[in-house]
Design a protein around this ligand. Structure first.
Ligand SMILES: [Zn+2]
Length: 82
């Protein structure tokens, strides 16, 4: 028996639910933010973030969960510029 095609509102509801879940997973990965550079292990001073040249550190959040922190020395040049 052929299934009834999904109505538009039904589809939108489903999309909204998915993005909510995604936000939740990003929030939980931010709470696990690493405290050192993932490349060279340079420590990130979480007690005094301003001492870290914080503008130059880069945080990458991946869809599958992990959060990577990269110190100014390890940020690739092509990312530094942007
Ligand atoms: Zn580094």
């Amino acid at each position: 028996m052929p299934r009834k095609p999904m109505g538009k509102s039904e589809q939108e509801k489903r999309l909204r639910r998915q993005s909510k879940q995604k936000i939740k997973s990003i929030e939980s990965s931010i709470s696990k933010t690493p405290t050192k550079c993932d490349v060279c292990s340079a420590p990130f001073n979480t007690k005094n973030p301003l001492s870290n040249d914080i503008d130059k550190w880069r945080i990458a959040v991946y869809d599958h969960g992990p959060v990577e922190l990269v110190c100014p020395d390890c940020v690739p040049d092509d990312i530094k510029g942007s």
